[in-house]
Design a protein around this ligand. Structure first.
Ligand code: GDP
Length: 296
């Protein structure tokens, strides 16, 4: 479920994460590997302050593996510990435990030197809606403890979920908001399906996605929709809508192409990975993609 954020919601979400920080040793922050920057909270560094943090690029199964490597190298350079995972299938989950152990080593060594008995590492999962928090908690717990979907406003007693002997997770993740006042961030999130379709203009999202794809992944459109170069690089993006709509028989009465249905189908296919593994921003291309949008 996507939450519509208001200043009151943001303050509350922030407070809920801040309150839990004193209970935990490490923050596990989830981002979407297809949009690693757009899917992060703009105030995350300030919110988690100096708590050790592990950044997970989730849904790596849907992202371009080459670009995921670039992002991981980028974070390594920044001194942020990051790994790519696929919470749905469980790919990469073992590395979460070993990374958390590295992050808390200093603290736990100190505790041990003071004679405090070793205990499990306590962790909190945070991230924007739909990034995969519940899926990850369920997968780590190996049974359906966490409820899928977000339930703002429901207060519950703190519950810990054991992940092997090494980690204890707070059962309710911290839900944070993206930087949605930025138009490009909104389009990237909408392209990957993080923003509820009823509050966005699907045709606008499809135009953005098409311009991005023909710049960075032109073969994807050609192959999936059997498109020739003339249509693909037409100055009128509507030619691409017409081509896809016609190909899929998405017509209104009178034979006109139904652009709403076309964008709905196109985005559903893209989000489900049917066009291949795609990433919509990368560390060195961010300015380039900004230019593409400005030219439109
Ligand atoms: P939350 O709002 O952050 O708790 O997100 P959910 O756990 O409810 O996940 C949102 C959607 O993303 C669900 O449809 C999940 O099945 C899907 N999802 C979560 N993780 C992955 C992943 O690693 N790969 C893929 N392909 N889908 C995922």
């Amino acid at each position: 479920m996507t939450i519509q954020w208001f200043p009151g919601h943001m303050a509350k979400a922030r407070r809920q994460v801040t309150e839990k920080l004193s209970l935990i040793d490490v923050v596990i922050e989830l981002a979407d590997a297809r949009v690693p920057a757009a899917s992060r909270n703009p105030m995350i560094d300030e919110i988690i302050s100096n708590k050790p943090r592990l950044l997970l690029l989730n849904k790596a199964d849907l992202a371009d593996p080459r670009i995921t490597q670039q992002w991981l190298a980028h974070y390594e350079k920044q001194g942020v510990m990051a790994i790519a995972i696929d919470a749905a299938s469980g790919q990469g989950l073992k590395a979460i435990i070993s990374s958390c152990e590295i992050l808390v080593k200093e603290k736990f060594d100190k505790m041990r030197s003071k004679g405090i008995k070793p205990r499990a590492i306590r962790a909190l999962i945070v991230g924007i809606p739909n990034v995969g928090k519940s899926t990850l908690i369920n997968k780590l717990a190996r049974k359906n403890i966490a409820k899928t979907g977000d339930r703002p406003g429901v207060t519950q007693a703190q519950q810990w979920i054991k992940v092997g002997k090494e980690i204890e997770l707070l059962d309710t993740p911290g839900i944070l908001w993206p930087k949605f006042e930025d138009q490009l961030v909104g389009l990237r999130l909408a392209t990957t399906g993080a923003i509820k379709d009823s509050i966005i203009n699907l045709q606008e999202v499809m135009i953005y996605a098409i311009k991005y794809l023909r710049e960075f992944y032109p073969n994807v459109l050609k192959d999936r929709y059997d498109m020739n170069e003339e249509v693909l690089f037409s100055e009128e993006v509507v030619d691409i809508f017409d081509h896809i709509g016609k190909k899929r028989g998405l017509l209104m009465s009178g034979g006109m192409i139904d652009y709403d249905k076309t964008s709905d189908l196109f985005l559903r296919e893209l989000r489900a990975g049917k066009l291949g593994r795609l990433t919509f921003e990368n560390p060195s291309m961010l300015e380039v993609t900004d230019e593409i949008l400005e030219e439109s």
